[in-house]
Design a protein around this ligand. Structure first.
Ligand SMILES: Cc1cc2nc3c(=O)[nH]c(=O)nc-3n(C[C@H](O)[C@H](O)[C@H](O)COP(=O)(O)OP(=O)(O)OC[C@H]3O[C@@H](n4cnc5c(N)ncnc54)[C@H](O)[C@@H]3O)c2cc1C
Length: 457
């Protein structure tokens, strides 16, 4: 049974559910992170109410990559077959130089599936969001739209951000409508601009000065002819990169074009405009430039992350997903981390549930807090470093290319820490990889830069 409501904006409204008992858990935010957490906690027997500010559930953007550390969880949830049916299981991931188009390195994704026991999958965001939403409906999550949380408060007062409150052994949120919702625990999955994050830290999103354009191309168009839709490809270039892969069983080609905006670097407000898109890719190979007319030119995503924070839990209020750890997207782990957060929390709720069904929420939140921030810190810092590596120009670009060309295709030391089973305790967190310095590149494999080369930094 599921409940779906639109929040009633009456000033004296107390619960969206019109008199239903308080849930065990309130999840704020119906993105991929919030839906994943709501499903995970519901399947552990908790009554979950999800509050989403938008008038309807949905997800914008095009494709999303799901590595084995996510498909393993979808499998545990019983959702992997449906996800496979909606997406594409590619056979290879390939990195190419964006200037000359040559291949730098590749991962054999069939071999990778054998190594990690679960596939690498690419899927349309709206299909993944719809899949999780349907799973929440089937599980009985109480889904409330039009419910914008303006404050959080813990039981007995304590620090508060207007509208989130730790209260009476639980926590309370206040809505823009003036109503309040109380539960044993509040999970704030409210994204990059999280209001709840203010309970824990006074920080702001960090601009990378990079911007993304996205777009999909129907497979019947000439642009797609000759493209292997079973490959996930990134062309890396000076101050820019271009990603493409197939979606929806090969019906669509997904494209993402990302570049550093000179206007952003100059401190201008109007940064990331389509003229900058064309200029940023002017020095790239024909395949990349030919993809630019197919980007959605009326939408763009400016790339922000935040510095990692070590504490995500405040009393009975916990951050999850981008509210806790918004990354730059270069290692494609943002939504995955959010889905892992929900799975880890659900597993600890199960471990801290008594036979009578009561949960030791403080213990479950402490176990979540003990393991997730360090993993996500690693992902956030690696994503920044990976982006710098992708966007090199001049001699460093040539050194990078030489290091990547020398890499053994079946060397998994760079992804073992990511793609293996999600750690439930700090001792299960695998060691990090050891970075290879660019200076280790064989000098004989690093040609001199040519005059007028793009991005000679
Ligand atoms: C170009 C690009 C490519 C990416 N590629 C990948 C990829 O391949 N793989 C991957 O894993 N990740 C990828 N990511 C990252 C990923 O998209 C995000 O990390 C992920 O979607 C975050 O999910 P979330 O649910 O935490 O936050 P959001 O998706 O931001 O969801 C937050 C939700 O909370 C709601 N909300 C906000 N405030 C309130 C409030 N006050 N009250 C009620 N509701 C509220 C919002 O309306 C929204 O629905 C990419 C990101 C970008 C920009």
């Amino acid at each position: 049974m599921s409940f779906e409501k639109h929040d009633n904006p009456e000033p004296n409204e107390n619960r969206a559910s019109g008199g239903a008992p308080d849930p065990d858990v309130i999840v704020v935010g119906g993105g991929l992170g919030g839906l994943g957490a709501a499903f995970s906690l519901t399947r552990q027997g908790r009554r979950v109410r999800l509050l989403e500010r938008a008038a309807a559930f949905g997800e914008v953007g095009a494709g999303i990559q799901l590595a084995p550390n996510c498909t393993r969880i979808l499998d545990d949830y019983g959702l992997l077959d449906e996800a496979r049916g909606l997406g594409v299981v590619p056979h290879s991931m390939v990195m190419r130089d964006a200037v000359d188009g040559t291949e730098l390195t590749r991962l054999d994704l069939r071999d990778l599936e054998r190594r990690y026991g679960h596939p690498y999958l690419v899927i349309h965001r709206s299909d993944l969001h719809g899949l999780l939403l349907r799973a929440c409906r089937r599980a009985g999550v109480e889904l409330v739209t039009g419910a914008r949380v303006t404050g959080y408060e813990n039981a007995g007062g304590g620090a508060r951000v207007t509208g989130y409150e730790n209260a009476g052994g639980g926590a309370r949120v206040t809505l823009a409508s003036g109503g309040t919702h109380r539960a044993g625990v509040v999970i704030a999955a409210d994204g990059l601009h999280s209001r709840a994050r203010g309970l824990l830290v006074d920080d702001a999103p960090v601009s990378s000065a990079y911007v993304a354009y996205r777009g999909t191309v129907p497979a019947g168009l000439p642009r797609v002819a000759g493209v292997d839709l079973g490959e996930v490809v990134v062309h890396v270039g000076p101050g820019c990169h271009f990603v493409h892969y197939g979606l929806r069983g090969g019906e669509l080609l997904n494209q993402v074009a990302v570049f550093e905006s000179p206007k952003a670097l100059a401190g201008r407000e109007d940064w990331g405009t389509p003229d900058e898109l064309d200029a940023a890719f002017a020095g790239t190979c024909d395949f990349v430039r030919d993809g630019l007319p197919f980007m959605w030119r009326d939408k763009r995503w400016r790339m922000f992350d935040r510095d990692p924070i070590a504490t995500w839990v405040h009393g009975r209020i916990a951050l999850l997903g981008d509210s806790a750890h918004p990354p730059l997207q270069y290692i494609a782990q943002g939504a995955i981390m959010a889905i892992e957060d929900g799975w880890v929390l659900g597993e600890h709720v199960a471990r801290h549930s008594a036979a009578d069904g009561t949960v030791d929420w403080d213990a479950a939140l402490a176990a979540y807090q003990a393991v997730r921030p360090e993993h996500c810190r690693r992902v956030l810092t690696t994503s920044r470093a990976w982006g710098e590596l992708w966007h090199l120009g001049g001699v460093p670009r040539r050194q990078r290319n030489a290091v990547l060309r020398a890499r053994d295709t079946h060397d998994y030391s760079f992804v073992d820490w990511l793609y293996g089973p999600t750690a439930l305790t700090p001792d299960q967190e695998p060691p990090m990889f050891t970075p290879v310095p660019l200076s280790s590149a064989d000098p004989a494999a690093v040609p001199e830069p040519v005059t007028g080369e793009v991005g000679g930094r």
